[in-house]
Structures are given as C-alpha cells and as structure tokens.
Design a protein around this ligand. Structure first.
Ligand SMILES: [Zn+2]
Length: 279
C-alpha cells in the first residue's frame, strides 16, 4: 500500500483533551510506528491558573494561563510521543454561556469555513489516514468542542481526505462504574439515566454499547496516558483522575471507544483498531 507511514490526526479543543480522550491511542499508535499529529484548536486561556485560580477570579491572567498550558501540552506530547503538534491558537471560548463565548476572535465566534480552511491545509500537509474528533455535541456540550467537531467535518469535506473518521465516545454501560469510581475519589457525578433520552443539560453522554463501532484496548499504554494527564495537573478537573493512581486510572480509562462515521476500507464492525483495513 502507501509508501509513507500511516498517519493519525486527532483534533482537540483544549490542551489536556488529547490526554483524557485519546491519550491511549496516541501512545499506542506512536509505539506501532504510526505518525501521530495532534491539532489543538484553542489556547486554553479560560482554564484554571496556577494554584487553582478560576477564570474571572482575581489573579487569573488569561495570557499567563495560555502560556502555561502550551508548555503543559508540549510535555504531554513528549510523553505520548506525538510526532507533530499543531496549534491553531484560537482564544478559548470558555464554558457554554460564559461571556468569553462572544469575545471577538474566540474559537466559538470564528466562522467555521475560516477555521476549517486552516485545518484543511494541515490535512493536505500530513495526509492523515485516520482523523479523530468529537461528536456534534462536542461530547459534553462545550462550545470549543462543538466547534472542533464542526471545523473537522468541514475540513474533511473540503479535502475529501482521510480513509476513516471517528468521533470519541463512551459506552453507556460504563457510566455507572465511572460514577461510582468518581464518588469514591470524592467527585459528585450523577450517571445519566439510560432510560431517558435527554438529560437536563443536553443529550446524554456516550452511546449504547451496541452503537459503538470501535473499541481500542490501550491498557498497555495506561502509564503514558496517566503521565500525559499529569502534565496538565494545573487543571482542577484532572486532579481526581490523578488521585486514582495509575492502576485504577488504567482500569477505568484503558479502553478508548469511538464511533466510525466515515470509512473507505469496509473493515468489519465492531473493530478493535482505528487502522483496521489499512494495514
Ligand atoms: Zn476541552
């Protein structure tokens, strides 16, 4: 087949999303000799500052937070052996409803065709065989995640490129255990009711197991995934994962699951490899 190495591109919203959602596949495929490209769309300026200071609180300096988070991202990429890190550099839009959503130039206010054209350039440059991003709801409703989804799908359309495209997801069957583990480590988490179609905040997280197309066992790379997340320990929401320690973390987060939404390989489903049909 192709003489160039196979290539995986992951498109994420903020520094640290690469570790939680795709740290396992980034590490696994790098170890298998596949070129890995991480595109991070925003600068994460609406994240926590040093000492856990929240955006909008006194002492939160968005420029300093952005600078700190790029360094953290570079450390995480070194840990995951990411071949190429590309930063689109849009200002983080903050959580849905924050005034930062509407700041001029924020990722959320950037017209989709503009950002998609930039991503399309990167797709032409790296020619990824597999592209991974979020679903239409950005997995959990964050505007920058929704926008990352939109520009990725638009860029795929523009370039007609990538043999396979995936959206990250989680199996609903795992939500109960996920909730139990979080509570054990001191985090309140109400697992969505699988019987209801819509939670008050929006569509329920994840998919019924039988709709998930792709289950990739990345437990052998759990240590790298944990260390990548540890590089982002400045962000409060990552800390409970780190409290679990590597073993529990890998048990809970060691299988990464995806919905295959574009495919030119006809690899049979369900599959256990993003590159099934390509090698
Ligand atoms: Zn994010």
């Amino acid at each position: 087949m192709a003489e160039r190495p196979l290539t995986l591109m992951a498109v994420h919203a903020h520094p640290d999303d690469e570790a939680t959602g795709t740290g396992g596949v980034l590490a696994k495929y790098a170890a298998e000799g596949i070129t890995t490209v991480l595109v991070t769309c925003t600068d994460g300026r609406c994240g926590d500052g040093p000492g856990g200071v929240k955006p909008g609180e006194p002492g939160h300096d968005p420029d300093a937070v952005a600078a700190m988070r790029v360094e953290e991202l570079e450390t995480a990429c070194a840990t995951l052996k990411v071949s190429h890190l590309e930063l689109l550099g849009y200002p983080d839009s903050g959580m849905m409803g924050w005034s930062t959503n509407d700041v001029a130039g924020s990722f959320w206010t950037t017209p989709v065709p503009d950002a998609a054209a930039r991503l399309a350039e990167l797709i032409r440059q790296y020619e990824p065989d597999v592209i991974v991003t979020y679903d239409e709801n950005g997995f959990y409703g964050h505007p920058d995640h929704i926008q990352a989804h939109r520009i990725t799908m638009a860029a795929v359309e523009l370039t007609g490129s990538a043999a396979k495209v995936y959206w990250t997801t989680v199996p609903r069957s795992g939500m109960e255990e996920f909730g139990r583990t979080l509570r054990e480590f001191g985090v309140e988490f109400d697992a969505p009711d699988p019987a209801s179609d819509a939670a008050p905040q929006g569509p329920p997280l994840g998919l019924p197991d039988e709709e998930i197309t792709t289950w990739v066992d990345t437990k052998a790379y759990g240590s790298q995934k944990f260390d990548a997340l540890a590089a982002h320990a400045s962000q409060g929401e990552n800390i409970f994962f780190l409290r679990m320690g590597k073993e529990r973390f890998t048990e809970l987060m060691g299988v990464e699951t995806f919905l295959r939404v574009r495919d030119t390989t006809d690899a049979p489903l369900p599959e256990d490899d993003l590159f099934a049909g390509l090698r």
